[in-house]
Design a protein. Structure first.
Length: 261
């Protein structure tokens, strides 16, 4: 059983614990005691201070918020170690971590998972730092596959990964939120709207995944000229939904770059 250290037990930290605790010995460092109590009750893991986690684990997963990362790294620097680091913090580059451990040439693997990781259905972008080997990347990929699929990219694409898939679930949830509101406005009760919208969403997603056709082709197949779907599409396009989507992702990518500064 391999030992994995996780610093931070928030939503994504929990997703990793859930995916790993059956096949690995997980050491968790988490400051929120209420959160610790919850995680200990639900999963098999060892809660430890940061010194023990760093000492025992063969790899460290940093699952703290970007704004809290420097403080966490300052604590880790006091420990004697030289193990690979996997970071899931948005915007923080591999150079950010390498700068903190300049004398040790630490292997850093930067990752960007997304919220469906909480049910094992995530997609995680992975890139390697200056000192990370192919073996390090494969190790990180195997760990992250415990919460879904992975894609290896160049670091120059990580801000785009953050915008497309990292933030992506929020786009879906916003669309569903407004779809539900519109359904209720048309006279459906909450339970009815939920059944209609959720089933349409899931059925369409599964169709898209399994179909030989891409999204544009499937949309065209649903949209009969002069029909009801065409009327809805005319509204979407007249309000420049396509531009709105692109602008939103560009804003997310820009913010990801800003977080690295």
């Amino acid at each position: 059983m391999k030992k994995i250290g996780i610093i931070g037990g928030g939503n994504m930290g929990e997703a990793l614990i859930k995916g790993l605790h059956q096949s690995h010995q997980v050491f968790l460092t988490e400051a929120n005691q209420e959160r610790v109590t919850y995680l200990k009750k639900k999963y098999r893991l060892t809660v430890a201070d940061i010194n023990v986690t760093v000492k025992e684990a063969g790899v460290l997963i940093l699952a703290v918020k970007p704004q809290d990362m420097t403080a966490a790294l300052d604590q880790i620097k006091t420990c004697t170690w030289g193990k690979p680091i996997i970071s899931i913090a948005a915007g923080l580059t591999t150079k950010f971590f390498e700068k903190h451990f300049a004398a040790r040439k630490i292997a850093v693997i930067r990752c960007m998972p997304n919220m469906p990781a909480m049910i094992g259905e995530g997609i995680t972008g992975i890139c390697a730092g200056k000192y990370a080997t192919t073996t390090d990347v494969k190790m990180a990929q195997k760990i992250l596959q415990s919460i879904g699929q992975t894609v290896i990219v160049k670091e120059s694409m990580m801000d785009a990964i953050t915008a497309v898939s990292g933030s992506g679930p929020a786009y879906v949830f916003l669309f569903v939120e407004q779809w539900m509101a519109a359904a209720r406005q048309l006279g459906f009760k909450e339970a009815e709207a939920k059944q209609l919208v959720y089933k349409t969403l899931m059925g369409s997603a599964h169709l898209l995944e399994k179909s030989e056709f891409d999204a544009a082709t499937l949309r065209a197949k649903v949209t009969s000229k002069g029909g009801t779907t065409q009327a809805a599409m005319d509204v979407f396009f007249s309000r420049k939904f396509d531009k709105l989507m692109k602008d939103a992702l560009l804003a997310a990518k820009k913010r990801s770059k800003e977080l690295a500064k």
